[in-house]
Design a protein around this ligand. Structure first.
Ligand SMILES: Nc1ncnc2c1ncn2[C@@H]1O[C@H](COP(=O)(O)OP(=O)(O)OP(=O)(O)O)[C@@H](O)[C@H]1O
Length: 232
């Protein structure tokens, strides 16, 4: 990747599914550029392909054809194992329902991605403490998910997503299960990670209020993106 290239580039991407022997096309020639440091909200009707796109960006699923590059990595050319390893090192994912393990406390949940790395127990502890502090949860290291509010659980989810210091955060309806106040707190946190730490964020959301926190809003419809025009 050169400095003039966008961080994420999607070219002529095709993706479809076979349902009951019938082929349905979700994307047929999708193009998209996302520069480094962007914060993009992706909106669109149910079934328009938002999760399908997020799964391809996460390397969980693969395009049928076309190019999907993130940084210097061409995900469309990589096998499943290479994509899984790439994912572990390059991105964090924030889920709607947090996906915390109930039998692990907050610190242990956040530590999970670090177990794949050659770090000492002390280094892992230090990193976990630092990110829990960053999301405003210091002092709650030993609390279990069942003892936390939805907003606090999502903060643990965000801490887990950033503990490996990835450049890219993919967020799938990160506030879909939260009340307005908790949602705004989480969105402020994402904005901080974008503006102060330079994380590139792609967030799928149905909530127009959540989308306001992003720098750009893209509406997905019939396999293409339309960018929302905003007052300067
Ligand atoms: N694994 C799969 N096998 C077959 N069809 C699939 C699969 N995953 C998604 N689809 C179909 O692809 C289309 C897009 O689904 P997708 O989940 O990406 O939409 P979405 O925009 O995320 O919807 P929602 O807002 O409801 O989450 C839908 O018609 C869905 O039924």
């Amino acid at each position: 990747m050169t400095n003039t290239q966008p961080y994420i580039s999607i070219r002529h991407l095709q993706k479809g599914y076979k349902i009951g022997g019938e082929a349905i096309s979700i994307f047929d020639g999708l193009d998209l550029d996302i520069p480094n440091g962007d914060f993009v909200a992706i909106m669109g009707p149910s079934g328009s392909g938002k999760s399908t796109l997020l799964n391809m960006l996460a390397g969980i699923d693969r395009p049928d054809a076309g190019e999907l590059r993130i940084g210097n990595s061409y995900l469309n050319q990589m096998g499943e194992g290479a994509r899984a390893s790439w994912r572990a090192h390059n991105m964090g994912i924030v889920f709607q329902f947090y996906n915390l393990l109930p039998m692990l406390n907050a610190a242990e949940n956040v530590e999970l991605p670090l177990l794949l790395k050659p770090l000492s127990a002390k280094d892992r502890r230090d990193r976990v403490r630092k990110v829990l502090d960053l999301v405003g949860l210091s002092g709650r290291e030993r609390q279990y998910p069942s003892m936390m509010s939805g907003g606090q659980q999502q903060r643990v989810g965000i801490a887990r997503a950033i503990v490996s210091d990835p450049g890219l955060l993919l967020c799938d309806e990160p506030t879909g299960d939260l009340d307005r106040k908790s949602a705004d707190d989480v969105l402020q946190m994402l904005r901080f990670l974008n503006q102060e730490l330079g994380k590139t964020i792609i967030m799928v959301t149905h909530d127009p209020e959540a989308a306001k926190y992003a720098k750009r809003v893209l509406h997905l419809d019939k396999g293409n993106f339309v960018e929302e025009k905003r007052a300067a």
